[in-house]
Design a protein around this ligand. Sequence first.
Ligand SMILES: [Zn+2]
Length: 369
Amino acid sequence: MGAAALAERLVLHKERTSEGFFADTHHCCLGSDGPLPYSASRGKKSMNRQALDELKQQIPLLDYLQAHDWRLARPLHDSRWMGLCPLHRDHQPSFLLDPTKNLFYCYGCGVGGDVIRFAQLYHQVTFPQALALLQQWRGWGSWGQDVVEFYRMQLHRHGVAVEYLAQRGIHSPEVIEHMRMGYAPGGCLRTWQLQMQRPLSALSRAGLITAKGHDAYSRRVTFPLEGNLYGRSISALAPPHLFLPGSKGGLYGWEQVRHCPEVILVEGLFDYAVLWQAGFHHVTCALGIHLNGRQFRQLCDRARMIYLAFDADTNGSGPRAAQSLSGRLREQGLNVRTVRLPEGHDPNSFFVQGGDARQFQTLLEEARP
Ligand SMILES: [Zn+2]
């Protein structure tokens, strides 16, 4: 969301108290309470009122917030709660949640609304995009974990997957467990779902099976993300990376590193895996070189040192992205060091080709702003 749009929202909410806000649950920001369909995109797409209410009922705001690392800090009367605001840099709880009404209001940044409004602000997306994200999350939240577990069981049954992981330098059962890696051998998800008497339409909507009923993640090593699934093809014939449609989510494993004074940021999950395996547990991953708004805010939520360990690819895209990100992070008052990997290497290949923890530690110590 741009600064102008944010300023406009601040003005919109300037004179409204939280009481007035909650009393008027059908404020224009929350949707019409009249009989007209709720226009999602200037009338081009519309979702009727009932479908919207259903979506909101099926996704309790508290569940959605907690799935995005929000913590209850302090109870208020009437079963309302305060916590740190996930929408701005908050140092004392200013985010009010009313789980009964499924509404929030932040006294710090002055915004409030329902789960759709929250998703819009949090992911910095338009209203129709927020609806799509929530629909995806609703589907994934209820049975996505079963699919993840199913793929995890397949990993050790398929030597080809274990062999691929070994080639990528991954051998410790701890890291496989920690990242909940799995394997989609192909051709069995559909059967398994049918055995579980689950409708295939949900799998297809989520993007896990293709229109023809084939497994979309066939012959891929899988890594669950927050509300998404990453699949790395083990075959050179298929495109290497696959995500479900929708947001890639926040920084990988952020909850485990957010309190660290120093954090290593890498591009890919295989970089993350080898570093974690080598004992660098203060590592996180952006799933690419371009951070989304939320990932950027996560890095900036407190003063910390960030080591950027992007790929030293020969075309220079990794170093350029690192340089640009480093400038933006510094503007936010963070300490940033860029790790200089040998040319043509990423952290994964550095370890695969014999680099060890001591050598990587030296690279961290030699990293310069
Ligand atoms: Zn706020």
